[in-house]
Design a protein around this ligand. Structure first.
Ligand code: JJW
Length: 448
């Protein structure tokens, strides 16, 4: 038995994203996003699911805030649907869209919950995709226009801002692997997109400073831990490349103002030409107030000639898997956080996502998701170890408050601590909700 104790100042929260929970896709003047298009393209999403209704949080946000209040969290991370604000991506502003987020934010503040707002959680206006999306540098300016409007509109109400959620997913998963919208398979395109996201991030941080917004701004890359199968140099190097695709590729430009040279050389061997314009790297290299980290999983891997992009292959090392098939790899959470701190310094970190997929259903009103409780406990122990090793953790937000639209997996994969019945839209608090509630209230838990 052990007691795992967290500092009193630690913020506890939960996270969601617009397209995954809101529904109401044709309400109040919302424009289309690339996820409307993608989810309605046959074969892209399991069961042909889409976000038309999702959790209907657009209409049920008061009920959802009441759930958060009961949970006792001090912070809620949500994202804004860009096409609700700019139905055409740029130009005319849709007042009704702003009104929805004012209502949500006011409800949060009235309940003592700090809003943490993500500006881009994947729902790019389709109107901008029609002009090339993130491959087109005009999208950078459209994003800054949208961000500036949001900063001014919510000044004094929203104090924590995130530019981009999971830039690796937005670029490589969506434009090289092709699993997410817009679904292309082109490494040059994906590399351009990754760069343009970083430039848009930097320009937005600059605008935030120039406007003198009261608050803090950061971004939220997703990271995985890649553990070498052996201490052979070729295994170590393969895992270093696989890991750097998430970490160094997206961190070095922001924290050091350059791309990792060994990765650039590897990409150039694959035929990629870096398209960097004068001033881009200085723009990206802006001090940020905090780093958001999304961590779910890690894996053991080894060198395998001509395997994938990096001559790297995962090895099934017998770890338990969540229902989506991802390894439960809590030591990777500790390792990645200490790695980032050693490399980039003691930057303030919010864990903006961490959670697991277990598809337990209610039984007489009870959802016994013991797998999720175990996952949470193991990852919070790793987090606590990292904090005791000098990692500057300010807060922890679990993914997700609610079961929701899990992108290409549709509604088949549940990450919530609250169950959602997608037929009736009824919410049922899972056992993990009660475990987390107690942990949040105490600031500690007992390992059993
Ligand atoms: C990789 C699948 C083929 C979300 C991936 C699929 C295809 C080689 C969860 N984070 O819903 C990563 N999530 O919206 C943000 N994070 O490859 C929030 N990453 O591989 C959550 C999916 C993901 C992924 C999913």
């Amino acid at each position: 038995m052990a007691i795992i104790q967290f500092p009193k100042e630690m913020k506890w929260g939960a996270a969601t994203a617009s397209y995954q929970i809101e529904g109401a896709v044709d309400k109040d003047g919302r424009g289309l996003s690339i996820w409307d298009t993608f989810s309605k393209t046959p074969g892209k999403v399991v069961n042909g699911d889409n976000g038309d209704v999702a959790c209907d949080s657009y209409h049920r946000y008061k009920e959802d805030v009441a759930i958060m209040k009961d949970l006792g969290i001090s912070m809620y991370r949500f994202s804004v649907s860009w096409p609700r604000i700019f139905p055409n991506g740029t130009g005319e502003v849709n007042k009704k869209g702003l009104e929805y987020y004012h209502n949500l934010v006011d409800e949060l503040l009235a309940n003592g919950i700090e809003p943490l707002c993500t500006l881009y959680h994947w729902d790019l206006p389709q109107a901008l995709q029609d002009k090339g999306g993130w491959d087109n540098r005009e999208t950078i300016d459209a994003f800054v226009e949208y961000a500036e409007l949001m900063f001014k509109e919510f000044e004094g109400k929203i104090k924590y801002w995130i530019t981009f959620n999971e830039p690796w997913c937005v670029s490589f998963l969506s434009n090289f692997i092709g699993a997410h919208a817009p679904g292309y398979q082109d490494l040059q395109l994906a590399t351009n997109v990754a760069h343009h996201l970083l430039v848009a991030h930097g320009k937005t941080v600059k605008a935030f400073r120039q406007l003198g917004v009261e608050g803090q701004i950061g971004y939220a890359p997703n990271v995985e831990w890649n553990e070498p199968y052996s201490n052979k140099q070729e295994d170590i190097d393969a895992c270093r490349r696989a890991g750097a695709w998430f970490i160094e590729w997206f961190f070095d430009p922001v924290f050091k103002g350059s791309y990792p040279q060994f990765m650039v050389e590897w990409f150039e061997k694959k035929g990629v030409k870096m398209k960097i314009e004068d001033g881009d790297m200085e723009t990206i290299h802006q001090p940020i107030d905090f780093l958001g980290i999304n961590y779910y999983t890690g894996s053991v891997g080894k060198y395998a000639e001509n395997s994938g992009l990096f001559d790297h292959e995962r090895v099934d090392a017998g770890y338990q898997k969540t229902d989506i098939g991802w390894n439960v790899f809590p030591e990777g959470f500790y390792k990645v956080l200490t790695y980032i701190t050693e490399k980039y310094g003691q930057v303030p970190i919010y864990i903006t996502e961490n959670g697991s997929c277990y598809n337990d259903e209610p039984d007489n009103g009870v959802v016994n998701d013991q797998g999720r409780i175990d996952y949470l406990q193991q990852h919070l122990i790793s987090l606590n170890r990292s904090m005791n090793s000098g990692v500057n953790i300010k807060g922890y937000l679990t993914w997700s408050l609610l079961d929701n639209f899990e992108w290409a997996e549709g509604y088949t994969m549940r990450f919530g601590i609250v169950h959602v019945n997608y037929r009736t839209l009824e919410r049922t608090k899972k056992n993990s909700f009660y475990w987390y509630k107690q942990t949040v209230a105490n600031g500690w838990f007992e390992v059993k």
